[in-house]
Write a protein that binds this ligand. Structure first.
Ligand SMILES: Nc1ncnc2c1ncn2[C@@H]1O[C@H](COP(=O)(O)OP(=O)(O)OP(=O)(O)O)[C@@H](O)[C@H]1O
Length: 410
């Protein structure tokens, strides 16, 4: 950086006592003129300096922004293939399988082994060593080899149970029937409706009934931090189902990866799109997959991208609404099956003024009523316990949104 020229010398006024008045006046005038010139010069220098300062400030701002983008820019997933003797690493990027030789930063020296998963930046520099792949899988998926839920545990949605059985169970238990009739079984079933209405239960019950492994993945788990991680998990999900067939894949909150396209162009959105594309391509290749059925669920049907509803994808839509009066009665009966309920309890009457309750709310009502009886040292659950439980759930609903009855607008 060039050094700024030194400041102009400060003018001095030397008045000789011998001077005449006229000489003094002329000296003062000259001094005044010199002061004016220096002042002008300083003014100019100040303007220049202010300009330079504002230029530098905007450069600083620009660098700050670049730094932020660099810090927050997306990282890619890769696996370590090999560590060379001279401190370099061969990595293979997930997604495109590109192999790259990259230098290992001294920060990571000794921490890395062949087979590790790492996050790399645009220049292939390793930024982070990640959890083991099997850990990531285990965290994201719930696998239940033999779920315990049966159709008799589900109340108030008989039509939905029948539809799910037709669409999921029959193709697994009687594929020949579909061949004979010459119809393709639905590829995927989408259950949509408010929270806590039994969508997960339905998927589990089908898996139970067909002796299939139940594999659940939450859509929100597919929205991952690193580029390629979501689509990788989708592939893992279908590979795992193929290893364990017969299997029922259940993707809850599918809206997290299959929402209508937004206008924003952030890398996060692009990554969600990539994950959805992977899901669609897995579903498109579904015919060859044998005994795997796929069920998805959402509370936000209105948000879904139509691409996932096309024929061959989630082409059987089943709405699972909140239960009606009879449904609520059935559900309450199911959840009090193992309880000693007093004769003064009339479920029909009890559920008539709680029409906003979902199945999950009714399950909580039964549990809470049981808790009131226990608190009172009784083994029999009375009508007053249900009333207290109702009040408690109403109260907790006004304070928090969970676990009181859902006031969700669907
Ligand atoms: N129709 C039902 N019959 C009996 N119990 C039910 C029913 N619906 C919900 N429940 C109770 O509520 C709990 C939660 O239900 P489930 O997880 O199936 O709801 P969901 O529709 O999948 O909810 P979400 O959309 O929030 O995932 C169940 O474990 C069960 O105890």
């Amino acid at each position: 950086m060039s050094r700024s020229p030194s400041l102009p010398e400060r003018p001095r006024l030397d008045l000789d006592p011998e001077m005449s008045d006229a000489e003094r006046l002329s000296a003062i005038r000259k001094h005044y003129e010199r002061l004016l010139t220096v002042n002008e010069e300083l003014d100019e220098r100040l303007t220049d300096a202010t300009e330079t300062q504002s230029e530098l400030q905007s450069e600083v701002d620009k660098l700050k922004r670049r730094n932020e983008t660099l810090k927050t820019s997306s990282l890619y997933l890769a696996s370590v293939e090999e560590l060379t003797d001279n401190g370099e690493v061969v990595i293979k990027q997930h997604g495109n399988n590109q192999e790259v030789l990259t230098e290992l930063s001294s920060r990571l020296d000794g921490d890395l082994e062949a087979g590790d998963r790492v996050a790399i930046n645009d220049s292939f520099a390793i930024q982070q060593v990640l959890d083991d792949e099997t850990d990531a899988r285990a965290q994201a998926m719930e696998i239940d080899a033999s779920p315990q839920v049966t159709y008799t545990d589900i109340g108030g949605i008989d039509d939905q149970v029948r539809e799910v059985r037709e669409a999921v169970e029959d193709p697994l238990t009687n594929p020949a029937l579909f061949e004979e009739v010459g119809v393709e079984p639905p590829s995927g079933v989408l259950l949509h409706g408010p929270p806590g209405t039994g969508k997960t239960m339905l998927a589990k019950a089908v898996a139970n009934e067909t002796d299939a492994t139940f594999i659940k993945m939450a859509g929100s788990e597919l929205v991952r931090k690193f580029i390629g991680e979501g689509s990788r998990l989708v592939r893992d999900l279908f590979d795992l189902a193929a290893e364990r067939e017969p299997a029922v894949i259940f993707i809850d909150e599918i809206d997290a990866v299959a929402s209508k396209r937004t206008d924003s162009k952030t890398s996060g959105d692009a990554e969600v799109q990539r994950t959805m594309m992977q899901l669609l391509s897995e579903m498109d290749g579904f015919d060859e997959r044998g005994e795997i059925r796929i069920i998805a669920a959402t509370n936000r049907f209105d948000m879904l991208d139509e691409a996932i509803l096309r024929p061959g994808r989630f082409d059987r839509l089943i709405e699972v609404p909140k239960p009606g009066h009879e449904g609520r009665e059935q559900i309450l009966e199911i959840h009090t099956r193992d309880m000693n309920v007093a004769d003064d309890v009339d479920f029909g009457e009890l559920v008539s003024d709680i029409d906003e309750y979902s199945g999950a709310d009714l399950a909580s009502l039964a549990t809470e009523a049981g808790m009131f009886a226990i608190r009172d040292d009784r083994t029999e659950v009375r009508r007053s316990d249900f009333d207290d439980a109702h009040e408690k759930l109403e109260d907790s609903d006004t304070q928090t949104t969970i676990p009181g009855p859902t006031t969700y607008q669907y």
